[in-house]
Design a protein around this ligand. Structure first.
Ligand code: HEC
Length: 307
């Protein structure tokens, strides 16, 4: 398998695997723009709300570890004297940020270590001076700060020609196309041209020599570009040479949907419709529900036809 990454604007990289793809690999792309969950953060603090309280102390220089976690100050005042604040061994105990754990790396074991301490090794128990909630918050801080202190890959403004050594392979980056807007998928035509979808609803064509056609393909359906919606996948029929079919998937607003009437200003504020942000602090949205559509067409003179 060979990987060809290309740049998106100047920074992000999209590595695309260009191994032969089975035709049925048309993936259903996420279509419900309301269906996103916020990323889960840290371990569950057993019924404790994950909210910031108190005044956070100064995190180690240059890092904002565990923003707002009230245990930052506690750690720096109490634990750092023995454990230090880096990934190196502390003055008396091991680093708590190096991802190595003698007494268990799961949250429960770490909570136990903190609550019971290791009196025979010089660490006092903290079960009387820290509440259970504080102990869990401390674990959350240890995890967050450990992640913050991990070595970050060096930022390379233009990765063209860069050699990357990964765990298993060494490979060279080669830029295939620049200045794409959220490229989503790609597919090769038998003649070696590369089709690239851009989420706002464009297909770009890169020729065999790596030159991108200045004009996007015309005649594409209008996509519903919102949050994670837009133009998604492109696939070339396995028998393309014979039938010329190209398949794309994209999101569009649900047919027949009409927006709710504007609220009557004299009435009490209406309850948000189910699934429309109620309880998630976003307020009701007037966006239509969206769905993913798959269409096929032919590419003729830089136009998508016969849909
Ligand atoms: C007086 C020194 C001292 C203080 C203060 C101290 N520790 Fe420790 N801690 C140690 C030592 C020593 C060990 C290693 C025990 C061992 O070798 O088994 C340890 C072990 C631990 C471990 C287990 C590490 C592992 O590898 O499994 C955790 C977790 C921990 N400490 C958390 C804390 C936290 C959180 C605080 C502050 C609230 C704290 N410690 C304060 C000395 C200290």
């Amino acid at each position: 398998m060979k990987s060809i990454p290309f740049t998106v604007g100047a920074a992000a990289l999209l590595a695309a695997s260009i191994a032969a793809q089975p035709f049925d690999a048309l993936r259903a792309a996420p279509s419900n723009v309301e269906g996103q969950q916020p990323p889960a953060g840290g371990p569950p603090p057993q019924g404790a709300p994950a909210q910031a309280a108190g005044t956070p102390g100064a995190p180690p220089p240059g890092r904002g570890g565990g923003r707002g976690n009230p245990m930052v100050a506690k750690f720096n005042d109490t634990c750092a004297t023995c454990h230090g604040t880096s990934r190196d061994k502390g003055p008396v105990g091991p680093s708590l940020f190096d991802d190595e754990w003698t007494h268990g790396n799961d949250d429960d074991s770490i909570v136990k270590s903190i609550r019971e301490g290791f009196p025979e090794k010089g660490m006092p128990p903290f079960k009387d001076s820290m509440t259970e909630q504080e102990t869990w918050q401390m674990v959350a801080y240890l995890r967050t700060q450990a992640a913050n202190l991990k070595e970050k890959p060096v930022y390379v403004p233009d990765p063209d020609g860069q050699i990357v050594k990964s765990e298993k392979q060494t490979f060279k980056m080669q830029i295939v196309a620049r200045n794409l807007e959220t490229p989503w998928a790609l597919a090769f035509l038998p003649d070696g041209r590369l089709l690239i979808t851009e989420r706002p609803g464009r297909i770009r064509i890169v020729d065999k020599n790596g030159a991108m056609a200045p004009d996007p393909v015309k005649g594409l359906p209008k996509v519903w570009e919102k949050q994670d919606g837009g133009l998604f996948d492109v696939e070339v029929h396995p028998d393309y040479a014979k039938n010329g079919w190209i398949y794309i998937s994209y999101s569009e607003p649900l047919a027949g949907w009409t927006p709710p009437p504007p609220p009557d200003p004299s009435a009490a504020p209406p309850a948000p419709a189910p699934g429309q942000g109620g309880g998630r602090g976003r307020g009701p949205s007037n966006d239509p529900p969206s769905m993913t559509v798959i269409v096929r067409g032919h590419l003729k003179n830089n136009k998508f036809v016969d849909q």
